[in-house]
Design a protein around this ligand. Structure first.
Ligand code: SF4
Length: 720
């Protein structure tokens, strides 16, 4: 350890210490959670009841359950009683099946003022469990910056005041793995950290960076719990870092009931990835960046704040460019045993701007969302800019999805004359101006200038532009790509009604991890009727919720499929992989389950999260609405850019388009599409067992076994 790091460590002041006996994990659970209150430096162990496991499974389910009991109806994101909960879920940490190391993070969000959840890679969640804890629940606020250290090797937990370490992730993570892991590179693999960065302090969309130590690179790398500003909550609590240490990882560390059964399923899946990934998505070679070109080809890549779905310069940021930049040319996984290994990186990238100008750094990614959001949606098709922005977003801890959508919105407002250089502090925020965009990101890191306004997110920017610059609220509502206060992720939903509802009805806001139905709906026409779409919007959000209960990555479910999948009855569900998950869950927990049982686990938590939104003052039909930019062309220019497509649709509806002006056509198409969206909401609510106002009915709660008195009371008050 360098002298410099020793000095930082010597400056730590011990605030609290807690020792415990570490038991082996039993069938995926440790049966206790760790509670920390930073206001009074409490550290305590809480039991996990059988009911908690039965009803909420783990991961996001545990997070929601603990948060529900930890806060009041009136709690705001920056109140001390707000919590950050991290949990791996019962399957999280097995090393025999790909994509099994995810941590689930839950908190109240500074963007939505309601409950938020994120699914993130890195080693923290599994190590936390193997260190003895099914979940970490942090409440309260520290007075000064602290590091929480969970030493699973010795059974000791400390809260330490830590004044000297820098905050930005790439520096801090590197220091912490040396400080707590020592000089041996193998020993450093036993360390995982959670950090935020300076941008999280000055915006509402701060993310959390979860680390793992990359032995080949001999460097720490990070994955992001990106959505909804949980990094902002983290810094508001004055947490500088969480550190967990666990040195004794083995194939049976998760205590599975039947290790041999687990290994059989895993071996089959590893072979499938080995044999077919190259022919299918090529995740091992390209990561998710392969999607840029495909989305551009299908008119689904958001360009200029979701005005358009493709751009002639799209090829400048497509997979060929990233393949040439990804350094090692070998698969990179974010947890042991993930043969799908999509976590690519660019090494030795020399920064051209900002406080770390001139440094050579590792850029994690870019992933699809980074290239699409930071690049195409802002009209920037410069790979060097995308890498630079990607790096700074990570080290400042800024959610690349929210930042891409927020900068794109500000750029459109600037081009429309809604704001000008007086508002932007002199920044020429035209689409395509990479120099201005990177300066916005640095301003978020420094906490100054127009960057901090953009850092409030689209919903609050709309309010500021109306109040301070006299903007028309209606046009801002139409083009501001947020719902529930969260910025849209980077898929163009205009031509897919099912995807529009997938975004609009998602519990936490418009993120694609609940329902990604664009291809099924628009490209492959597999769900043509309202009923088909409603069924998909019932099944897929519930199915995908299950990954978040168990600590799993969704990618190995459907980014690779068995070669005969198309011949099955329900190819969109990937039946063979669902059977794998049934096997895995049964083998880990010893509970012999069916695929229906897995869905029931998810449906329970899914409905509980809806009621949680109700409890916080949201969660009804009006909160499932989306801006019209997500549904169709807002402006004449947008309509005319795809006039052939839209005219054809109007003709099919019986309109005589030859006699209509473009504004008339825009209005007619809008009336039709908005009506369709309302009809689909009705169909989905009915399928889910909710009222027409989107409230789960009491009988639905009873069927799911979550008819607790306080839950029923909230639903009754909302008319359920
Ligand atoms: S598929 Fe990618 S994101 Fe998922 S666990 Fe594997 S490496 Fe991590």
């Amino acid at each position: 350890m360098s002298h410099h790091i020793e000095e930082m460590k010597a400056a730590h002041r011990l605030l609290a210490e807690f020792t415990y006996e570490r038991y082996p994990v039993q069938r995926g659970y440790t049966n206790r959670t760790l509670y920390i209150n930073l206001s009074d430096s409490t550290i305590a162990s809480k039991p996990v009841s059988e009911e908690m496991k039965e009803k909420f499974t783990g991961g996001k389910g545990f997070g929601l359950w603990l948060l529900w009991h930890g806060i009041r109806d009136t709690t705001k994101w920056n109140d001390p009683e707000n919590e950050i909960i991290i949990s791996a879920g019962p399957i999280g940490g097995i090393t025999t099946y790909p994509g099994t190391g995810k941590s689930l993070v839950v908190s109240l969000s500074p963007l939505t003022d309601s409950v938020m959840d994120c699914n993130v890679g890195g080693y923290f969640g599994p190590y936390l469990k193997f260190a003895g804890w099914d979940a970490l629940e942090i409440q309260g606020k520290a007075e000064k910056d602290v590091i929480i250290f969970i030493d699973g090797d010795t059974g000791r937990i400390t809260i330490e005041e830590a004044p000297l370490e820098p905050v930005d992730t790439h520096l801090l993570t590197d220091i912490l793995v040396q400080m707590y892991g020592g000089d041996d590179h193998h020993a450093r693999r036993a360390i995982s950290t959670v950090t935020a960065g300076s941008g999280a302090e000055h915006t509402r969309f701060g993310c959390l960076n979860f680390s793992w130590y990359d032995l080949r690179r001999r460097a720490a790398r990070v994955k992001q719990a990106g959505r909804g500003g949980i990094g902002t909550v983290f810094r508001d609590k004055r947490i500088k870092a969480l550190v967990v240490k666990f040195s004794d990882l083995k194939a049976d560390s998760n205590g599975p009931a039947d290790l041999a059964r687990l290994q059989r399923v895993g071996t089959k899946m590893h072979k499938e990835i080995h044999d077919y990934d190259d022919q299918q998505c090529g995740m091992r070679r390209h990561g998710t960046a392969y999607l840029v070109g495909i989305m551009n080809d299908y008119d689904l890549l958001p360009v200029h704040n979701f005005r358009y779905g493709s751009h002639p310069d799209g090829h400048k940021i497509d997979v060929r460019v990233w393949d040439a930049r990804f350094t090692q040319g070998v698969p990179d996984g974010c947890w042991y045993g993930c043969t799908l290994s999509c976590s690519h990186a660019v090494d030795g990238f020399t920064l051209r701007t900002g406080p770390y100008k001139g440094q050579k750094v590792i850029v994690d990614g870019p992933e699809y969302e980074n290239a699409a959001g930071l690049g195409a949606n802002c009209g920037i098709f410069d790979p060097d800019y995308i890498l630079e922005a990607n790096f700074y977003c990570d080290t400042y801890a800024l959610d690349t999805i929210s930042i891409g959508t927020s900068i794109a919105f500000a750029m459109e407002c600037y081009e429309m004359g809604i704001i000008d250089k007086r508002a932007t502090g002199g920044l020429d925020l035209r689409f395509g101006n990479a120099e201005a965009a990177i300066e916005v990101i640095h301003q978020m890191g420094r906490g100054e200038g127009f960057g901090t306004i953009i850092g409030q997110g689209v919903r609050r920017m709309k309010k500021i532009f109306v109040e301070q610059y006299g903007a028309d609220p209606k046009i801002l509502q139409d083009i501001g790509m947020e719902a529930k206060g969260l910025e849209f992720s980077q898929y163009m939903p205009k031509e897919s009604l099912a995807q529009q509802a997938g975004y609009g009805m998602a519990s936490k806001g418009p993120q694609h991890d609940e329902a990604w139905l664009i291809f099924m709906d628009m490209v492959n026409n597999q769900i043509p009727t309202m009923e088909d779409k409603a069924e998909a919007l019932h099944y897929f959000p519930i199915w995908r919720t299950w990954f978040g209960l168990c600590g799993l990555c969704k990618l190995p479910w459907n980014d690779i499929v068995p070669p005969d999948n198309a011949l099955t009855d329900e190819p969109t569900k990937i039946p063979e992989h669902v059977r794998n998950y049934v096997e895995i869950f049964s083998a880990v927990t010893g509970r012999q389950v069916t695929s229906e049982d897995l869905l029931l686990m998810s449906e329970r938590v899914y409905n509980f999260q809806r009621v949680f939104n109700l409890r916080m003052g949201f969660g009804t039909r009006e909160h499932d609405k989306i801006p019209y930019r997500a549904q169709g062309p807002v402006t004449v220019e947008e309509y005319e850019s795809r006039a052939e497509r839209y005219d054809k649709q109007l003709k099919a509806l019986g309109y005589d388009v030859e006699k209509m002006s473009t504004p008339e056509k825009v209005a007619a198409l809008r009336a039709y599409r908005e009506k369709q969206y309302e009809e689909l909401m009705d169909a989905v609510y009915a399928r889910r067992g909710w009222t027409r106002n989107g409230v789960p009915k009491v009988e639905t709660l009873q069927r799911l076994g979550i008819d607790y008195p306080d839950v029923v009371e909230i639903v009754r008050r909302a008319g359920g």
